[in-house]
Design a protein around this ligand. Sequence first.
Ligand SMILES: NC(=O)c1ccc[n+]([C@@H]2O[C@H](COP(=O)([O-])OP(=O)(O)OC[C@H]3O[C@@H](n4cnc5c(N)ncnc54)[C@H](O)[C@@H]3O)[C@@H](O)[C@H]2O)c1
Length: 325
Amino acid sequence: MEETRVAFIGAGGNASGHMKRVKEVDGATIVAICDVAEDRAQAAAAEMGASAWYADHHALLDKEDFDALYISVPPFAHTDAEILAAQKGAALFVEKPVVLDMEKGIEILEVIEKAGVVSCVGYQLRYLDAAQRVKQYLSDKTVAMVSHHRWGGLPGTAWWRVMEQSGGQLVEQTTHGVDMMRYVLGDIVEVYAKYATRTMADVENLTIPDSQEVLLEFDTGALGLVSTACMGGGKSDMSFLLRDGTLEFGYTNYKISPDPGGEYAEPLAETASIDDVFIEAVRAKDQSKILSSYRDGLKTCDVTLAANRSATLNRPVRPYFADNY
Ligand SMILES: NC(=O)c1ccc[n+]([C@@H]2O[C@H](COP(=O)([O-])OP(=O)(O)OC[C@H]3O[C@@H](n4cnc5c(N)ncnc54)[C@H](O)[C@@H]3O)[C@@H](O)[C@H]2O)c1
């Protein structure tokens, strides 16, 4: 089997999980790792057996030859790595949220699509068997409404708490729920958001809202509601409403009422890791098994950035992709 050479930009908590899985893939080798925190790049390279490490991604992109590049940096740090790597012909695995600025996202998208390289965004929930079955079950039904709660805690990561660096919880974290809604129900054409800081004004260096409520309109006419908060207290759910029925989606499980039985009563299957799917796609130079391309990842990001705009303007707004492409 021909060796697949993989490089990483960003060697933080999330990247280390991808590195461990890539290292397990037959015929895949991690050749180089970059992190602005030099000691982290060096330690990860030693652990993964990578022959080179860098503190500046330009040096990695200049000097190294690789087939695929993972970019797992904080949201504010997406600059030119995607563009330079795609121009070199490398496949890209980009972590969500792919950008904080749509102009930059469109610039990156155009280069990726012109270069024709394989691209994948880290929306791994799409690969879950429960997600596949929910998508299939709803594909021929009229969904009236969907609602999603993500009420969780505040991560310790410093950049997460700063609006200009993370984009806030909806953009950074609850993007997974928005992506799942888009995956199942299709494009979103209007967004109306209200944000508040209700209980956490005393938290040092916190500039993101602690409470976010977002109303969505899908292209099909379905309505959606996303409620997200980071003050502690746990609630995580997603419910789809049909005429005379509901579907509760819990990522690793789901419940359809009334129970349709048949194939939906079968136990859930194991899910392939997104890293396995990506490396296979890189080898085959075939995008078809990747469930979230850069374009798709950017479309989800677009909806969440539109929500930020809506909350600032205090009126409904249309995401960029509702009127372009
Ligand atoms: N798909 C998922 O489920 C999932 C889960 C966790 C995190 N993520 C995403 O992964 C990304 C990274 O998150 P994390 O939790 O690993 O954060 P982290 O803070 O642990 O790691 C980020 C790393 O990037 C490095 N970095 C920053 N700017 C850089 C640059 N210009 N060049 C090279 N390195 C740079 C930092 O030094 C740090 O080591 C975020 O976008 C996050 O949303 C995705």
